[in-house]
Design a protein around this ligand. Structure first.
Ligand SMILES: [Zn+2]
Length: 207
């Protein structure tokens, strides 16, 4: 299994393309914009898109969902607690002055403890509210994709609709309780490790 990163859109979201070379199946996490880039990368590798996973419903993470769905038919995955935000993402996008195409409703809802498969690889769903009520992280062997929950050195904002500082504290603690060597792939900015965040993240002083 490999994970490629493409930085997409004006807010520079990290879109992760996860692919399994044995089965040629792929999942895309947080396709925030630039569907042509994402589709180009998939076809370059000869991959078939199986799932579109949204760590949460903010427009900068779902802006290419509509196009990917239309062109590949892949199932859209979200935590139901972010459905309202997802369905109203166009409002936030227009407030910020960005072009945005509202995606169709998800095909599948995931919650805490669910597992998603890609070939022989397993991804555990962690429900990590705080930045948004239905935010999720995806944990696979030695790697966690954290969406806008944990960034290198910081955390996602908790002042958007549905955000909660108290929930963020619990979610942050869950992430930094993973083994130190766990690779963190965040929704924006550079990657990190759990050990590194324990030493350097400003939010360690708030929990
Ligand atoms: Zn967000």
């Amino acid at each position: 299994m490999k994970i490629d990163t493409i930085v997409v859109g004006p807010l520079q979201a990290n879109c992760y393309i996860i692919y399994d070379e044995a089965t040629l199946g792929a999942m895309v996490v947080d396709p925030g914009a630039d569907s042509d880039l994402i589709l180009g990368r998939l076809s370059e590798k000869g991959m078939r898109l199986e799932r579109i996973i949204c760590t949460h419903g903010h427009f900068d993470h779902i802006g290419a969902v509509s196009d990917l769905k239309k062109k590949t038919g892949a199932g859209i995955v979200l935590n139901r607690e972010d459905l309202e935000i997802y369905q109203n993402a166009d409002e936030l996008a227009s407030m910020w002055g960005y072009d945005f195409v509202q995606p169709p409703d998800p095909d599948m809802y995931v919650r805490e403890g669910d597992t998603l498969s890609l070939g022989r690889n397993r991804f555990q769903v962690l429900h990590t509210p705080g930045h948004s009520p239905g935010g999720i992280c995806l944990l696979t062997e030695g790697t966690v994709i954290t969406g806008d929950t944990v960034f290198a050195g910081s955390i996602g904002r908790t002042d958007f609709y549905g955000g909660s500082l108290e929930a963020m504290k619990k979610s942050f603690i869950r992430v930094i309780s993973l083994p130190d060597r766990t690779l963190i792939l965040p929704g924006h900015g550079p990657r990190s490790t759990v050990g590194n965040e324990k030493e350097t993240n400003f939010f360690m002083h708030e929990i």
